[in-house]
Design a protein around this ligand. Structure first.
Ligand code: MOS
Length: 760
């Protein structure tokens, strides 16, 4: 089709405003907590105050007697809930309220359902719980914290690490630690459930509606068609909504118990224990190189903390295998089980942490060698995917370094530590490279053109604030030749065609490709309709022969011969024409696993997580991050004064939204570097900073101007040319900042967040 294939799309598309922006500003975009039904009741939760043990006694009489209370539900009266099917990548929660066992502080032990939210919350405080407390295991250093291997355990090798390390001219090594973090989407996760006979309808804060549907159907022994999940707007996710959580099951249980619709909205403190966390990690890394800066061996071991229950896999070392050309690499991951709340993927899960270690130690090596940090990276540039030796689908990392260095003014950097000053501030320049593997799952969509000349396109995905509504509207409009304002995109409903989760930075690629293919199929349906229509100027045209614009299809060889969708529909007595379509997983995700580790049946997301799994087309986003930092050596104060973030994410469909993603990622990276840490009280396992006042995030005063640049070319891996960028924006920021701190002060910070005491 000439519009999209003869003229390849520009790398950077226009900055179309959010199509849902007006709804959001007007308060007309309904988030799960905005939905209300007649007779709706409210649930409030009671959480365990011990981290390990069993419930000895529950006294619910006072709570049950409170005004407005409809039910108090505990493991003693919840009834049997069934286990959902095993899912290795996004494990379902164990059914709540099935026994008296406690494995973390904050675990739900009771639920009060009342007429109002306030009544439920007040009564919940009166539920008395006595525990037989066990000694919790809260630190990875606790001798009781035995590492357990698990099916996701990574143990990848290429070459001969031992021999290469032994023979190396230069080696550097370090232990790096990163903190536990909490996603903290602004929108409190909320489930509103109502039953109509044995049909369950649920409004839910989720990035993965089909997962919630599967879990709820299983919990209550229903066919999946009997469960409908709606999530038209989600107030942020950051990975917390990729899994399903006990509160969603409990809301449905409450609604079934009181035979009324029930809303269950988590409080902010509950958001710190109920929807996952980024685990803390400890990484041991050793790098060997020749004197002239050729990497000869990398050995990377990561340990992340995990809960005692079912957790998502969280490998941190796999990025190390594909970032640089290095003949001998070992990367392995283990987990330590603790009495902490469940962990979940969080924004560049594992990749952000692994990159911090790798890019910090490479920086260390550059000083050891007396070599410019960019030069060191260029000497080890992975021209092909280093684990498989296959060419990348596209790669502009070199351009990322060049453009970033130019815009940042890297040439002004004085190489010696502590050489740059601004008054009493020490000034440091740091940089880091980014390699972020591509993920694209299969996806379905449906597109309709109506007699009035408007299009309706839909898929059961979610928009967690990234701009899915807008980008999909643009992509559909482009193929159909309609103005953006004449296309309506609908999502957030499991009755729509099935879509993968909004995760892994892969939804634009998956859903965008499905929307593209579906709209192409729809144009083909129009052409099929007129293929032997003597009244049509398009008679006998194949899709390659036509151009779509202004709601019309025209012959490519003579654009004066055209007709509108509306005319075709009218002549054939149709109100509308619909096509279903889909997109296949990108070829980067198919085929056999290559590498020394074969993980069977992990699914596409799992293969992405274990890394080095690219079979036919290795693909990834790339980037370079540059940070200017200032440190007051007397006060230990660290300020970030400039950041340049350059990314090769393939084609950028919407410049404004993509830039916003990169800025958000950078702010997240500053948070990771300087502020964010979920603190568990070492005695009790209680989250000690479970409020937005106590859990520090980067605020405006901490964030400098961020220069965001896109480079590269549309990627050939999918019809829309995109690679995922959302999460890659966070990756590399912490290392660039820590490397800047070293350049300014000579202090090598290997533990995040960087705190004042580390700089004094
Ligand atoms: Mo992201 S952790 O894939 O939501």
């Amino acid at each position: 089709m000439t519009t999209t294939e003869a003229a390849p799309p520009a790398l950077v598309g226009p900055g179309v405003d959010r199509v849902d922006g007006r709804l959001k500003v007007m308060g007309a975009a309904h988030y799960p907590s905005d939905f209300s039904l007649p007779d709706m009741a409210h649930a409030a939760l009671v959480r365990s105050t011990v981290a390990a043990g069993t419930i000895a006694r529950l006294d619910t009489a006072c709570a049950a007697a409170m005004p407005g209370v409809l039910a108090v539900i505990t493991h003693e009266n919840a009834g049997r809930l069934q286990k959902a099917r095993r899912n290795l990548v996004f494990p379902p929660p164990p059914p709540p309220f099935q026994d008296a066992k406690i494995s973390y502080h904050g675990q739900y032990v009771a639920m009060v359902v009342a007429q109002t939210r306030q009544q439920a919350a007040a009564a919940a405080r009166l539920v008395e719980v006595t525990y037989d407390r066990d000694e919790p295991v809260l630190s990875p250093d606790d001798p009781a914290a035995k590492p357990r291997s698990n099916p996701y355990f990574i143990d990848m090798k290429r070459g001969n690490i031992k021999a290469a390390m032994a023979a190396a001219e230069v080696t550097v090594a370090g232990t790096f630690t990163t903190s536990a973090q909490t996603h903290n989407p602004l929108g409190p996760f909320t489930t509103m459930a109502h039953w109509d006979g044995d049909t369950l309808t649920v409004y839910d804060s989720t990035q993965n509606p089909f997962h919630v549907r599967a879990v709820l159907a299983a919990s209550f022994g229903l066919a999946e068609e009997k469960v409908r999940i709606l999530s038209p707007f989600v107030g942020g996710g950051f990975g917390a909504g990729l899994r399903s959580w006990p509160h969603s099951i409990l809301a449905a249980l409450a609604a079934r118990t009181v035979k009324r619709p029930v809303q269950l909205s988590l409080t902010r403190p509950e958001m710190f224990t109920g929807i996952g966390r980024r685990p803390s990690t400890v990484q041991h890394l050793k790098i060997a190189a020749t004197r002239d800066g050729k990497l000869v061996a990398i050995d990377h071991e990561g340990t992340s903390t995990a809960s005692m229950g079912s957790d998502s896999p969280y490998p941190v070392t796999h990025g190390t295998t594909e970032a640089y050309a290095c003949p001998n690499v070992a990367a392995r991951d283990k987990r330590v089980r603790l009495n902490i709340p469940p962990i979940a993927h969080m924004r560049a899960p594992g990749e952000a942490e692994g990159n911090f270690a790798l890019e910090s130690l490479l920086d260390e090596l550059s000083y050891e060698l007396g070599m410019d940090p960019i030069e060191l990276r260029l000497r080890n540039y992975a021209e092909v995917h280093p684990q498989t030796r296959l060419p990348w689908s596209s790669k502009a990392l070199r351009e990322c370094y060049e453009v970033g260095a130019e815009r940042f003014g890297w040439a002004r950097r004085e190489p010696a530590v502590g050489a740059m000053h601004d008054g009493r501030w020490l000034v440091g320049y740091g940089m880091a490279g980014v390699t972020y593997s591509h993920y694209q799952a299969k996806c379905q969509a449906r597109a309709t053109i109506r007699r009035g000349g408007t299009a309706h396109v839909c898929s059961g995905a979610t928009d967690i604030g990234t701009g899915t509504y807008t980008v999909m509207t643009q992509l559909a409009a482009e193929v159909l030749g309609l103005a953006v304002g004449r296309v309506e995109f609908e999502l957030g409903d499991t009755r729509l065609p099935q879509a993968p989760p909004a995760g892994g930075s892969g939804l634009t690629a998956a859903l965008g490709s499905a929307v593209h293919n579906t709209c192409v199929a729809l144009v083909q349906r129009f052409l099929a309709l007129v293929s032997d229509d003597p009244n049509s100027p398009l008679r006998g045209c194949a899709i390659e022969d036509v151009v779509a614009s202004d709601g019309r299809l025209a012959r490519g060889d003579d654009e004066s011969r055209s007709e509108s969708y509306a005319e075709i529909l009218e002549r054939h007595g149709l109100d509308e024409l619909t096509a279903d379509g889909d997109s296949a997983p990108s070829r980067a995700e198919t085929g056999v696993l290559v590498g020394s580790l074969v993980v069977a049946r992990l699914g596409r997301f799992g293969r992405k997580l274990v890394g080095a799994s690219h079979a036919t087309v290795p693909a990834g986003a790339f980037g370079a991050r540059f940070a200017e930092v200032k440190v007051d050596p007397e006060l230990g104060v660290l300020r970030i004064t400039r950041i340049v973030s350059v990314t090769d994410g393939g084609r950028v469909v919407n410049e404004k939204l993509a830039r916003s993603q990169l800025i958000g990622g950078t702010v997240g990276g500053i948070g990771m570097a300087m502020f964010e840490e979920t603190v568990n009280d070492p005695g009790s396992g209680r989250v000690a900073n479970a409020t937005l006042g106590d859990y520090l995030v980067a605020v405006n005063a901490d964030v400098p101007d961020i220069d965001v640049v896109f480079v590269g070319e549309p990627d050939p891996n999918n019809p829309i040319g995109t690679k995922g960028i959302g999460e890659a924006g966070l990756v590399g920021v912490a290392a660039a900042i820590a490397n800047g701190v070293y350049h300014a002060t000579g202090r090598r910070i290997r533990s995040l967040p960087i705190t004042i005491d580390q700089l004094l």
